[in-house]
Ligand binder design. Structure first.
Ligand code: NAD
Ligand code: GLY
Length: 360
């Protein structure tokens, strides 16, 4: 088992990574407030992992409430969030109940938001079951639901007590979801870790073949990057925004296409190509850099062209981005491979040109 720490003073917590950790729930015990827990999952992950997990928790003497949500990004909304509160209240879960998110980023983001607000805050633990959630969403305490006008618009910063990333559960993940997770892995290489980008380039085939050692290494190096950024800038006053490379374009794709049509990682991939193209137009990346970025995404089986929503629609959707401040949109761009910047320098005409060049 590999362990990293997210260093946030009194809110610090470990990330444990390894094969079979879901089958070892004793790892959770030191992080529970009392013997009362609520396990929240969805109707895809539940049939695969919930029953043995809950049986193991019972065997440890815990009182367990189970809540199963409908699957999917389209359900990352108020009515589904309310199902968590319905379940917690019906079971009379009190303030010392620890919520356990068993699922991908959608479950993790919603359970985190529920934990931040249920009875003004209860502890929670992330047990991420997708590659994307293991390398990104389970770490760092961003929690949210979507609004029809924008992705992740309603939420809170609220840190988990523990992240338990079991690489074995990735064996049941559909190929398309594995590839979507790779988009966020590649992101860390592009924004701040060139040696990691080179490692991904040379181990991409092993990752796609789900080689357990390669996956554990990718999860650990991704989480180490994320933990460093979060420790330096928990509430995104500056550097943390670089974790959103490709996301402003990507969130426009997800919202514009309807939640769930494009997977988050797919939208981030196409958005990253747009950000790279724009960085080239700013004179910050060379043609060879952009070609290299496109190639690694193509090799990972990710889309390198966005959907044809029209540049006007993209720009309109992007104007709702959380990085808009005082009416000015700031974008994460690259000033070289491994070096992200947050910039308000790109003009709408340059953005439009990149969108048009990078859409189907
Ligand atoms: P997801 O949670 O929808 O999971 C993808 C699919 O895989 C779902 O159908 C899910 O039920 C299924 N699944 C999960 N684990 C499985 C397993 N082990 N075997 C078989 N199927 C499994 O999507 P995701 O890619 O994990 O997360 C995307 C979400 O994460 C988006 O809503 C995005 O906004 C959010 N996100 C949040 C952060 C953050 O910092 N909080 C960062 C990145 C992304
Ligand atoms: N995924 C972006 C962040 O956590 O800040």
């Amino acid at each position: 088992m590999r362990t990293l720490n997210v260093e946030l003073a009194e809110r610090s917590y470990p990330i444990r990574i390894g094969a079979g950790l879901v089958g070892d729930p004793a790892l959770l015990l030191p992080y529970l407030k009392t013997k009362r827990v609520a396990v929240i999952t969805n109707d895809v992950v539940g049939p695969l992992y919930l029953a043995p997990f809950v049986a193991d928790l019972h065997a440890l003497g815990l009182q367990v409430t189970e809540i199963v949500l409908p699957d999917g990004e389209a359900n990352k909304d108020w009515p589904t969030l309310n199902l968590i509160f319905d379940g917690l209240l019906a079971a009379r879960c009190d303030r010392s109940t620890t919520l356990i998110a068993l699922g991908g980023g959608v479950v993790g983001d919603m359970v985190g938001f529920a934990a931040a607000t249920y009875q003004r805050g209860v502890p929670f633990i992330q047990v991420p079951t997708t590659l994307l959630s293991q390398v990104d969403s389970s770490v760092g305490g961003k929690t949210a639901i979507n609004h029809p006008l924008g992705k992740n618009m309603i939420g809170a910063f609220y840190q988990p007590r523990l992240v338990l990333a079991d690489t074995r559960v990735l064996n049941t993940l559909p190929d398309r979801e594995l590839r979507a997770g790779l988009a966020e892995v590649i992101k860390y290489g592009l924004i701040r870790d060139l040696p990691f980008l080179e490692w991904i380039e040379s181990h991409l085939d092993s990752l796609l073949a789900r080689d357990p050692e390669a996956l554990a290494e990718a999860v650990e190096r991704s989480c180490r990057n994320k933990a460093e950024v979060v420790a330096a800038d928990e509430t995104e006053q500056g550097e943390r925004a670089t974790l959103n490379l490709g996301h402003t374009f990507g969130h426009a794709i997800e919202t514009g296409m309807g939640y769930g049509e494009w997977l988050h990682g797919e939208a981030v991939a196409a958005g990253t190509i747009m950000a790279a193209d724009l960085s080239r137009r700013m004179g910050w990346l060379g043609d060879a850099d952009v070609a290299r970025i496109r190639l690694i995404h193509e090799r990972a089986g990710l889309p390198v062209l966005g959907p044809a929503l029209g540049a006007d629609r993209y720009l309109e959707l992007m104007s709702h981005d959380k990085k808009v401040s005082d009416g000015t949109l700031r974008l994460v761009l690259l000033k070289g491979l491994g070096r992200a910047v947050i910039s308000a320098e790109a003009t709408p005409a340059q953005m439009r040109a990149s969108i048009e060049a990078c859409c189907a």
